[in-house]
Design a protein around this ligand. Structure first.
Ligand SMILES: *[C@@H]1O[C@H](CO)[C@@H](O)[C@H](O)[C@H]1NC(C)=O
Ligand SMILES: *[C@@H]1O[C@H](CO)[C@@H](O)[C@H](O)[C@H]1NC(C)=O
Ligand SMILES: *[C@@H]1O[C@H](CO)[C@@H](O)[C@H](O)[C@H]1NC(C)=O
Ligand SMILES: *[C@@H]1O[C@H](CO)[C@@H](O)[C@H](O)[C@H]1NC(C)=O
Ligand SMILES: *[C@@H]1O[C@H](CO)[C@@H](O)[C@H](O)[C@H]1NC(C)=O
Length: 401
């Protein structure tokens, strides 16, 4: 691990073998294949009248510009807020990974038309997208999160409405195949439209070694207990039956990211308290760390910077970036960006930058804030803010590449 880590820093930072930030050494770096920079950012408008992907150009300082919209040929929707009975926003789908990238392809859920769309990303100008093939039926209702593997040429989708469950499809340059039969799971919903932000599916992902497909399911407090569902993947085929486990202390498990280089450790947010570091092989055991975020309200997205070697949490109702040690869950920093937004939802990380979506709440436009983390852990600072052309309060999903 150590030589790789060192190499990464020499390449990326141009620094000597004795970095000023000792924390960086404590992290098992695993950089191969991760983007050192990104040229385009993608957000899904998720509008019920027609879903679009907005592609924006990224300058070298991380600042965004332009904004071209590409129709998915499907529609978005909102979960219905369980308290008000009104469409839920600015967290329309209450999920992480409603759009995902695998290789040169981008996949998006159409939560309002129960389908999944596939795009090809232009390799010269990544702000250009081409819709490939037909949108495919997601086999359930209200698809809200995706996992894609370029190696397996497979995309799986979780449907959080009724019927709820997971279906998988393969893809090629011609588009997506039909999704296979729904692997039904009880996610606490029994009627359509599904209510939110809880209970239901929050995230879907493949383990690093592609042996497992994992779903996180949000509990809703007392009556419905959330869990992680693991499906074995053998020879590219996702098993039909899951193994379920509820990590002790979890309440509303949300976005999850694999901790690179560990194979089986994950960094997960939990809207009821902050987050966890968990062992995928021991989900029912004591968490490796419980991350109690003070005054959090909805910590729903969890991503990792391979540059800083730390994790970040965003909260849709508190405008704060929480930075966490991936070793022991210690909170390293809490940064309140100088902008007027209510909070941040999905976000993406590449190289020395981080981009976070604030879908807006009717008062402010849907925007992306760029953060710079080039100073290492605890250095996150706002660089710029960009109002997303063609996206509003329902926007969801954030990918860079
Ligand atoms: C999307 O919504 C529009 C307007 O409500 C409707 O006409 C159209 O049939 C819908 N498309 C799909 C694919 O659901
Ligand atoms: C939680 O989910 C359960 C199961 O779907 C439902 O019966 C209950 O009303 C929900 N509770 C709240 C507070 O939304
Ligand atoms: C792959 O990762 C899973 C999940 O952590 C683990 O259970 C399994 O042993 C790993 N398989 C191999 C071949 O390393
Ligand atoms: C976090 O909260 C859990 C559950 O309340 C508690 O067991 C744990 O000690 C707390 N950890 C820290 C570091 O405060
Ligand atoms: C939106 O959020 C801002 C910042 O928290 C708040 O001042 C404003 O009242 C909110 N607007 C609505 C319509 O909720």
């Amino acid at each position: 691990m150590f030589p790789r880590f060192l190499l990464h820093h020499i390449l990326v930072l141009g620094v000597s073998a004795s970095p000023k930030h000792p924390e960086w050494h404590s992290y098992p770096f695993h950089p191969p294949g991760h983007p050192v920079s990104a040229k385009a950012a993608y957000v899904m408008s998720n509008e019920p009248s027609g879903n679009n992907i907005v592609a924006m150009a990224i300058a070298s300082d991380g600042t965004l510009s332009e904004g071209r919209s590409y129709s998915t040929n499907g529609n978005g929707t909102n979960l219905l807020n369980a308290v008000t009975g009104q469409p839920n926003f600015p967290d329309a789908l209450a999920s992480q990974d409603s759009i995902v990238r695998a290789g040169e392809h981008l996949f998006a859920v159409n939560a309002g038309s129960n389908s999944v769309s596939m795009f090809r990303i232009n390799n010269i100008d990544p702000t250009k997208l081409e819709l490939i093939g037909e949108g495919q039926d997601s086999k359930g209702v209200l698809p809200n999160t995706l996992a894609a593997s370029e190696e397996l040429k497979t995309v799986c989708v979780a449907n959080t409405g009724t019927p709820a469950g997971i279906a998988c499809a393969t893809y090629s340059e011609d588009g997506l195949s039909a999704f296979d039969d729904l692997r039904t799971l009880d996610v606490g919903q029994s009627m359509n439209p599904a209510t939110g932000p809880t209970p239901g599916f929050a995230d879907l992902f493949f383990s690093d070694n592609l042996s497992t497909l994992v779903a996180s399911v949000k509990g809703n407090g007392t009556e419905f207990t959330g869990y992680m569902a693991k499906f074995a993947v053998e020879e590219g085929k996702v098993a039909t039956v899951a193994e379920k486990a509820t990590p002790p202390g979890s309440g509303a498990l949300f976005g999850v990211t694999i901790i690179p280089g560990t194979d089986n450790k994950i960094f997960a947010s939990d809207a009821s308290l902050g987050g966890f570091i968990l062992d995928l092989d021991n989900l029912a055991g004591q968490p490796i760390a419980t991350i109690n975020v003070t005054n959090q309200r909805a910590s729903c997205w969890a991503k990792i910077s391979r540059f800083t070697g730390t994790g970040f949490l965003t909260d849709v109702l508190v405008n704060r970036l929480v930075e966490v040690s991936l070793e022991d869950g210690t909170i390293l920093d809490e940064y309140y960006p100088p902008n007027p937004f209510q909070g941040m939802a999905d976000f993406a990380v590449a190289g020395t930058k981080l981009w976070a979506l604030s879908a807006g709440n009717g008062t402010f436009p849907a925007s992306i804030t760029t953060f710079d983390v080039s100073g290492g852990p605890k250095s996150a600072r706002q660089v710029s803010v960009f109002a997303i052309p063609g996206a509003g309060v329902n926007s969801m999903g954030m990918v860079v590449g």
